[in-house]
Design a protein around this ligand. Structure first.
Ligand code: DAH
Length: 338
């Protein structure tokens, strides 16, 4: 028996040296270590061995199984690393890599994000409305009479069914008040559309941010405090803010806001329209809602709207407004540091 064990060991260890791939290694495992393999068969011979010799043979058989098993494991590893090396040898490491590109925010998105963050801190929520609107939300509810030039077909994009592309984001004021009772504190950033000769400073589509605050006892002081705070947060604490009397149908009194800031080149810039919500707007809302939630004798409010395109152009030193919408990567890639 001892001789048999020794010769099986010699045969197995010699044979495994000739194993060159995975499938012959599997066959080898079956042949020697399998349930009906040579080593198992030899173990069955133990039955004929004298009782006192069994522990010795048992030990020798165990050692045999162990030495073959550990050789098999070694072989498995070396075959696996051979296979890896072969795959790697086919990779051309001299090829140039694919650079990881870094994304950048569009100058408008960047400005909008900052603006929204400032108003959020003041408790304003972001509201939305559709770009395709009806005349009531765009004009009538905003106290803009039938013969107002803004309603002219030459100035606005009408759809065949009479709806139109909203000419300002003020429509969202109306949408919000239809669905929400005071207090209302919202901003509404979004696109607005007007017919315009397209050139370096004009587009038929532009970006505005509307704001509305309605509650009891809202005054011009709140309007000035809020907008001044906003512009100083946005452009620096040294920013000067100027309110010029103006006219808008949906506010009374109305103002235009000019600001002057170092970060904007140190010149006065006209940025926004604003004012105290006209009682006629509240009346239109009450009529539509069928309640007195926005009774102008009880609530008051301020509203503002400003254009973001010129601001973004100024901050990012963009010379032509068309660049904002052309999606030219050569342009967009310049803003990764914003
Ligand atoms: N909707 C006006 C425009 O597009 C801007 C504006 C002026 C909005 C005064 C307001 C406001 O909310 O109160 O020119």
């Amino acid at each position: 028996m001892e001789a048999e064990i020794a010769s099986l060991q010699a045969a197995a260890l010699a044979e495994i040296e000739t194993v060159g791939d995975r499938s012959s290694l599997d066959a080898f495992k079956v042949k020697y270590l399998g349930k009906q393999g040579e080593i198992t068969k030899l173990s069955e011979g133990m039955r004929h061995v004298a009782k006192e010799d069994r522990p010795r043979f048992g030990k020798a058989l165990n050692e045999l199984r162990q030495s073959v098993t550990s050789r098999v494991e070694e072989r498995e590893q070396s075959l696996a690393s051979q296979a890896d090396a072969e795959v790697l040898s086919r990779v051309d490491i001299s090829l140039p890599g694919i650079p990881a590109e870094q994304g950048a925010l569009h100058p408008l998105t960047h400005l909008l994000d900052r603006a929204v963050r400032i108003f959020r801190r003041l408790g304003f929520a972001v509201a939305e409305g559709p770009d395709i609107e009806d005349e009531w939300h765009c004009f009538d509810a905003l106290n803009t009479p039938q013969d107002h030039p803004a309603r002219n077909e030459q100035d606005t994009f009408y759809l065949p069914d009479g709806r139109l592309l909203r000419t300002h984001t003020s429509t969202v004021q109306i949408r919000v008040m239809e669905n929400q009772a005071p207090p209302v504190r919202i901003i509404a950033p979004g696109a607005a559309y007007r017919r315009d000769e397209v050139d370096a400073t004009h587009l038929a589509q532009f970006t505005q941010m509307e704001g509305l605050y309605v509650d009891r006892d809202v005054s011009v002081a709140d309007l000035k405090g809020t907008t001044e705070y906003f512009f100083r947060q946005l452009f620096g604490s040294e920013t000067e803010v100027r309110f010029r009397p103006h006219f808008f149908p949906f506010t009374e009194p109305s103002y235009e806001i000019d600001i002057r800031a170092k970060s904007l080149g140190g010149k006065w810039m006209e940025l926004a329209g604003c004012g105290m919500v006209d009682p006629a707007v509240f009346e239109a809302i009450c009529q539509k809602r069928g309640d007195r939630a926005f009774d102008p004798d009880v609530v008051s409010g301020f509203a503002f709207g400003f254009g973001l395109d010129r601001l973004a152009m100024n901050l990012a030193q963009v010379p032509d407004i068309r660049m904002l919408v052309e999606n030219d990567l050569r342009f967009l890639k310049q803003f990764s540091a914003l």
